[in-house]
Ligand binder design. Structure first.
Ligand code: HEM
Length: 521
C-alpha cells in the first residue's frame, strides 16, 4: 500500500508559482491599496486642479504640511504667519488630506464672510465640541440658525445698559484685588479672567460666582483646555481618538472637561431653581411688580423660559448646558484677553494712558461709579480699544468650510475646501493701514473711519455668523478701563508693538504673558 501511494503521488505534477503564498497575499494587498489610492486621488482631481493654480508650501501625500504645525503654540503661530507672508494675496496649504486656502485680501474676506455658502465652521472646530458641545459657536448651520435667532434678541441695548452696573461693580473689585500687587509686575490675565467670569455669569446667566474674591480656578481650566484643544487640532495624529487616549494629555483633558462641565452644570441648576422661585413670586405679585422682577432678563433666563415652561419645549437640557459652556468660554476668555491687551498698551504708551485718564475724569469724575450713560461719551477710550483689537485681534484666524463653490472674483474656491481668514494679517497689512504697527487710536475717530476699507477691520468677524457680543464686550471693556485708570498708573516694559511676541492657544496671547506693573495714582 505504501509503495502504491508513493508511486501515484510522484505521478501528480506539483503546481509551480514564482511567489510563495505569503508573497502572493502581500502583492495582492499592495495592488488593492494602490488601486484604492488611485481611485481616491481620481475622485479628488478637482481639488488638485484648483490647488495647482495657487502657490503653497511643499506637501507630503496624505499628511500635507503637518510638519509645520507640530511645535509649541508660539512656533505654530509663527509658521502660520510665515505662510501668510510668503503666500500673500492667496495661498493654499494641505493639512492632512484637506485643502485650505489662506485668505487675507479685504475684498476676499468680505465676499466669504457675507456669503451664505461659507456659514459652516471648519471640521477642525469639532475638536472643541467635547468642551462646548454644539452651542452656537460650533453648531452645524441648521441648528446654528435656530439658536442664533433665539439668542440674538437678548443682546439688545436696553438689556446691555442694565449690565453696566455689574461691569462697574466688578471693576471696583478688581481695583481692590490689585492693591496687594502695587509696584510688582503681574500677569494681568490671572486677574482679568476672573473678572470676566464673574461678569459673564452675572449678566448672561444671572448668577453670582464670586470668582475674583474666592480665587476660582475656572479661568485656568478654560485656558489649559484651549491649549490642549489647540494641540489636538494641529498634531494631526491626535485626530485619532485612539492615539490621543494613549497620551497623558487625555487624562488631563477629560479631568478639566469634567470640572468645567460640573461648574456650568451648577450654574444651570441654580438658575433653574431661581427661575422656579421667581415664577412663584410672580404668581403672588400684583402686575406692577412683575415687570420689576423680570426686567433684568439675561439670555439664560430667556432660554430657560423656552426650555422649561413652554409646552413641547424646543431646547433640551443638554442644549441649554452647551450654550452656557459656549458663553462662558467664547465670552469670557476673549473679553479678558482683549482687556489685558488694552492695559498692556496703556502701560506701553503713557501719553495715550494720560489722555484716557483725562477723558474719564472729565466725563465721570474721580470717584463716581461708571454708568451706562457715560459710555457713549468715552469716545477716545473706545478708539484706544478698537486700535488694540486691530493690532491684537484675539481671534487672529477664522476657518470656514464652503458648502458650494465660491467665486472670489479672481479665483474660485471649490466646495468642501476651507478658508483660513487671516484677520490679524489684514489688520497689520501696510496696503490697507498706514504705518500699520504704529499704535494710533485716532484712526478710529469718526472723521477718519471712512478711510477704513470694508473687510480690512474684523476683530469680531463679520456677516451673519459674526460675534454675538461686540457691544457687550465694548461696554464691559470701557467700564473696566475707566474704573482702573482712575485708581492706577500702568507701566509695561514693551516699547513697540513689534516687540510683543505672540502665540495662539485658539485665542491670541503674548508669549511672555501680560506683564504690567501698577502704581497708585
Ligand atoms: C473683545 C471681545 C470679543 C472678541 C474679539 C470676539 C471675537 C469673536 C470672533 C472673531 C468670532 C467669530 C469666530 C469664528 O467665526 O470662528 C466670535 C464668535 C462668537 N462670539 Fe465673540 N468675541 C468677543 C466677545 C464675546 C462676548 C462677550 C460674547 C458673549 C457674551 C461672545 C460670544 C460669541 C459667540 C456666541 C460666538 C459664535 C457666534 C456664532 O457662531 O453665531 N463673544 N467672537
Amino acid at each position: 500500500m505504501i509503495e502504491t501511494f508513493s508511486v501515484s503521488a510522484k505521478a501528480i505534477p506539483t503546481p509551480h508559482s514564482p511567489f510563495s503564498a505569503q508573497e502572493f497575499l502581500l502583492y495582492s494587498l499592495g495592488f488593492t491599496l494602490t488601486v484604492l489610492y488611485v481611485q481616491w486621488l481620481w475622485s479628488r482631481r478637482k481639488l488638485y486642479t484648483y490647488a495647482s493654480k495657487i502657490h503653497g508650501p511643499f506637501s507630503l501625500p496624505i499628511f500635507g504640511c503637518f510638519y509645520l504645525f507640530i511645535g509649541q503654540p508660539t512656533e505654530t503661530y509663527q509658521n502660520i504667519q510665515y505662510l501668510f507672508k510668503k503666500y500673500s494675496g492667496l495661498g493654499r496649504v494641505w493639512f492632512g488630506h484637506r485643502l485650505f486656502f489662506m485668505v487675507q485680501k479685504p475684498n476676499h474676506l468680505d465676499i466669504i464672510l457675507s456669503s451664505p455658502k461659507a456659514l459652516a465652521k471648519d471640521p477642525l472646530y469639532d475638536h472643541a465640541k467635547k468642551v462646548i458641545g454644539t452651542g452656537i459657536f460650533t453648531a452645524p448651520v441648521p441648528k446654528w440658525k435656530k439658536h442664533r435667532k433665539l439668542i440674538s434678541p437678548t443682546f439688545n441695548q436696553r438689556i446691555l445698559d442694565q449690565f453696566v452696573e455689574v461691569f462697574s461693580e466688578q471693576g471696583e473689585i478688581l481695583t481692590k484685588c490689585l492693591e496687594k500687587e502695587i509696584g510688582k509686575e503681574v500677569d494681568l490675565f490671572h486677574y482679568l479672567t476672573k473678572l470676566t467670569l464673574d461678569v459673564i455669569c452675572e449678566t448672561a446667566m444671572g448668577i453670582k460666582v464670586n470668582a475674583q474674591t474666592t480665587d476660582s480656578l475656572y479661568g485656568k481650566w478654560a485656558d489649559r483646555l484651549m491649549e490642549i484643544t489647540m494641540l489636538k487640532i494641529f498634531r494631526i495624529w491626535f485626530h485619532s481618538d485612539f492615539i490621543f487616549s494613549l497620551t497623558p494629555l487625555k487624562k488631563e483633558y477629560d479631568d478639566l472637561v469634567m470640572k468645567a462641565h460640573d461648574f456650568s452644570g451648577r450654574v444651570v441648576t441654580e438658575k433653574r431653581i431661581a427661575y422656579k422661585k421667581k415664577m412663584e413670586e410672580i404668581n403672588e405679585c400684583p402686575e406692577a411688580e412683575v415687570e420689576e422682577i423680570t426686567k433684568r432678563k439675561a439670555f439664560l433666563d430667556y432660554l430657560i423660559e423656552i426650555a422649561y415652561t413652554k409646552k413641547g419645549s424646543i431646547l433640551t437640557d443638554q442644549e441649554l448646558r452647551e450654550e452656557v459652556d459656549t458663553f462662558m468660554i467664547a465670552g469670557s476668555d476673549t473679553t479678558a484677553t482683549s482687556n489685558c491687551f488694552t492695559f498692556m498698551v496703556l502701560g506701553m504708551f503713557p501719553e495715550i494712558q494720560q489722555r484716557i485718564y483725562e477723558e474719564v475724569v472729565d466725563v465721570i469724575g474721580y470717584d463716581r461709579k461708571v454708568e451706562h450713560t457715560d459710555l457713549p461719551k468715552l469716545k477716545y477710550t473706545e478708539c484706544v480699544i478698537k486700535e488694540t483689537l486691530r493690532l491684537f485681534p484675539v481671534g487672529p484666524f477664522i476657518v470656514r468650510t464652503l458648502g458650494e463653490d465660491l467665486d472670489l472674483g479672481d479665483v474660485v474656491i471649490p466646495s468642501g475646501c476651507s478658508t483660513v481668514l487671516g484677520i490679524i494679517n489684514v489688520h497689520r497689512n501696510p496696503e490697507y493701514w498706514n504705518d500699520p504697527l504704529k499704535f494710533d487710536p485716532e484712526r478710529f475717530l469718526p472723521q477718519n473711519t471712512e478711510k477704513i476699507l470694508p473687510g480690512s477691520y474684523l476683530p469680531f468677524s463679520y456677516g451673519a455668523r459674526n460675534c454675538i457680543g461686540p457691544r457687550y464686550a465694548m461696554m464691559a471693556m470701557k467700564t473696566v478701563v475707566a474704573t482702573v485708570v482712575r485708581k492706577y498708573k500702568l507701566f509695561c516694559d514693551y516699547k513697540n508693538i513689534e516687540d510683543v511676541d505672540l502665540k495662539c492657544n485658539l485665542v491670541l496671547r503674548p508669549t511672555e504673558g501680560f506683564k504690567v506693573t501698577f502704581h497708585k495714582k
